[in-house]
Design a protein around this ligand. Structure first.
Ligand SMILES: Cc1cc2nc3c(=O)[nH]c(=O)nc-3n(C[C@H](O)[C@H](O)[C@H](O)COP(=O)(O)OP(=O)(O)OC[C@H]3O[C@@H](n4cnc5c(N)ncnc54)[C@H](O)[C@@H]3O)c2cc1C
Length: 366
């Protein structure tokens, strides 16, 4: 396994459970603290579709829903295997708007969700605040989506690392420089935004995301219980609950391998968060971080066999936490040379060779 982010660890754990002898290669392989992985900074929303989804992401909706459905059982199995909390939160999400135009957009979003078979409820301002008392008096209305989930990404990574250890997965803290240097007969590539360094031509690029962590201070109201997504002037902001605070996200910038957190981004995220929940102003500013989303041209991952030795589990973009359970199922299927049939999922959407240049270049590289 090349990469020990959320995808690498999930696949490693599942593969070890299925009887494979697994080694995870990752410079951050001891997983005891902050890592370069996007999964370490991520917000933790498990929402198969959001207001700003691209057409391709909408096409991949079935994949997200299938993974969301697996999450509760996946989390329960992980807790049994690791004896640690998985960080899963079942309270759902609430999308809110501050203006009449925002609420019109949200109603259209609710129609799309209903058309896709998702349960959701359009709410007035007082109903929104009854659900989440910290919401600003400026909130004009919202849509509650009870089926969405959220996860504390760091708890999840900790539990995955421990489940791997208990299953005998070996950890190697050297960075892989070439796939050819590995002696394993099967190699799963899960190196996130760095994957194209190992398979030249792989259409995965880094998309920077900055994110804040606010911690509840004494005397301030408790954190939200639902994930809050809000239209704010100039974009969207989200607040994902943690037991001791909220995560505020996130920026999205195509600026290569840059993980610097800028003062402007921090100011904007804070201003947006406080517009939606002014009382967060009393919380402590615990952390500002940045990570690199591994993005493909169409926003959907590349999952499956690349050649007789290499299986790809890359390009999860904005949804790697959400898609971890279904990725493990698809990758295990590919390792066993079986094409899994997954209800409601169009596997062709994530075929690794759907961008023609990969196949041509990968033959040279591996
Ligand atoms: C700000 C932000 C917010 C996000 N919020 C969400 C969210 O709310 N919900 C959601 O589902 N997703 C979210 N994501 C996306 C999610 O974090 C990614 O999709 C996911 O982390 C991808 O998982 P991965 O394991 O492929 O990559 P990563 O988590 O980035 O892990 C890749 C690993 O590969 C290792 N590696 C790299 N190169 C090598 C090498 N040469 N040899 C060995 N190891 C190597 C790295 O050290 C790293 O540990 C967010 C991302 C960001 C940046």
């Amino acid at each position: 396994m090349v990469g020990g982010g959320v995808i690498g660890l999930t696949v490693a754990w599942r593969a070890a459970e299925a009887g494979w002898r697994v080694t995870v290669h990752d410079p951050a392989a001891d997983l005891s603290g902050p890592t370069a992985a996007a999964a370490w900074v991520a917000g933790g929303m498990l929402t198969p579709i959001t207001e700003g989804a691209t057409a391709a992401e909408e096409a991949g909706y079935g994949l997200g829903v299938a993974s969301l459905r697996r999450f509760p059982e996946f989390a329960a199995e992980l807790e049994r295997a690791s004896r640690l909390p998985s960080g899963l939160r079942p309270e759902g999400s609430l999308a809110v708007g501050l203006t009449a135009d925002d609420v019109t957009e949200l109603r259209l979003f609710a129609d799309r969700l209903a058309h896709l078979g998702r349960r959701c409820t359009v709410l007035g301002p007082a109903q929104c605040r009854a659900l989440e008392p910290m919401l600003s008096a400026r909130v004009f209305g919202g849509v509650e989506i009870p089926g969405d989930l959220a996860v504390d990404n760091r708890a999840l990574l900790g539990a995955l690392g421990e489940a791997c250890r208990r299953r005998g997965v070996a950890m190697d803290s050297r960075a892989v420089t070439e796939l050819a240097e590995l002696t394993a007969d099967q190699v799963v590539l899960a190196a996130g935004a760095w994957s194209s360094a190992l398979v030249p031509g792989l259409p995965v690029r880094p998309v920077k995301g900055e994110i804040l962590r606010l911690r509840r201070s004494p005397g301030t109201p408790p954190p939200t219980s639902r994930t809050i997504r809000a239209a704010v002037p100039g974009g969207h902001v989200y607040l994902v609950p943690r037991h001791d605070g909220v995560v505020v996200g996130a920026t999205q910038q195509d600026v290569g391998f840059d993980t610097e957190v800028t003062a402007g981004s921090v100011a904007r995220l804070l201003a947006d968060a406080l517009t939606v929940m002014p009382e967060l102003g009393g919380y402590a500013m615990a952390e500002a971080g940045a990570g690199l989303r591994p993005m493909t041209p169409d926003g959907l991952p590349l999952l499956g066999r690349l050649n007789d030795r290499v299986v790809l589990a890359v390009g999860h973009g904005r949804n790697g936490l959400l898609l971890a359970p279904i990725t493990a199922d698809l990758v295990l299927g590919a390792l066993l040379a079986a094409e899994p049939v997954l209800a409601g999922v169009d596997i062709a959407l994530v075929r690794p060779n759907r961008f023609s240049e990969i196949a041509a270049n990968a033959r040279i590289a591996t």
